[in-house]
Ligand binder design. Sequence first.
Ligand code: NAD
Ligand code: GLY
Length: 369
Amino acid sequence: MSVTRVELAGRSYEVRVDSGLLADFANQCGGLLRKKVVPVITDRNVAMHWREAIEQSLRDAGHVPEFLVLDPGESAKSWSVLERVVNWLLELEVERGDHIVALGGGVIGDLTGFAAAIIKRGCGFIQVPTTLLAQVDSSVGGKTAINAKAGKNLVGAFHQPSLVLADLGSLATLPLRELQAGYAEVIKYGILGDRDFFEWCEANGPRVIDGERAALEYAVTESVKAKARIVAEDERETTGARALLNLGHTFGHALEAETGFSDRLLHGEGVALGMVLAARYSARKVLISQQDAVRIGRAIAASGLPSDVSSLGLTCSGQELAAHMLHDKKMDAGTLPFVLLRDIGDAFLDKQVSLEDVAAFLGEQLAAS
Ligand code: NAD
Ligand code: GLY
């Protein structure tokens, strides 16, 4: 088992990565579960495969698990589902010192975390991430949210979990495409801040995607360590350190918006393409070499992720793609900070990027595809 501590004054917590954590759930939680009743929020896909393990563990320890099983998908991050979750928790008489369990991917984690943040002005929660994306990114760092009409993740709170249990075994039932999408966030840590880890990903990405235990454990643990470091440095994204985690997200967001935030392009796939575009744009500005941009594209493609916008068959102009960026939640007083590269493993925040130049660049990329 690897254990990484997210160090935050008064709110530090552990991220444990191992196989078999679900079956050992009650024991892992120790004193965090102080009452008989334990509320667990999950979705139907996850419940089908993993409810039994956690339920058995809780029952064996003398608890009474209560499950709320939601429809899978992004639509659960809505006001109506949040209301349902909150009312259900209040009916269970959840108190501030109690812990709610989020068993699932980023959708369940974000929704449950936000419910925990607002119930009785904040109660505890435990993240049990079951997608690769959730294990390496969304379960760590305390960003919780639902979506609003105006955009994704616009209503939320910073609310840290008390414990994260990432069971590598749970990834065995994850559809391949979801595993690949999560891998985009893994390789992202290498590209943005750790050249050695990028090189490890270049050599071992396919082993991670094949579900090889040792490769998965290393990939998840190194990603969690990177995220924990960044969150400890800049919990509320105010100094620029945490903003580097948005590498690929601004370009990716435009592609996700153009494809209607649909199954045509999963979030991680948008991030993968976005990182390739960020690398090519960095090369265009002579910050990195063309060879390094090509190298990043190759490493991403080797894991089965899309690495060329042509795969999307878009018919829009560069201008139209760039226009989506104006609605990006990272817009700050009329400018949009871009995460660009000085080198593989050395990302920085550029607040001077001209959206017109980006539109011209995107036009060239679309024309070349
Ligand atoms: P998700 O939660 O929708 O899960 C993807 C799919 O996999 C769903 O259909 C789910 O039912 C299924 N699934 C989950 N675990 C499974 C398992 N073990 N076996 C079989 N099926 C399983 O998607 P996601 O990619 O995990 O998360 C995306 C969400 O995370 C988005 O809402 C995004 O905004 C959010 N996010 C949040 C942060 C953050 O810091 N809070 C960071 C990145 C992304
Ligand atoms: N996923 C980006 C962040 O946690 O800041």
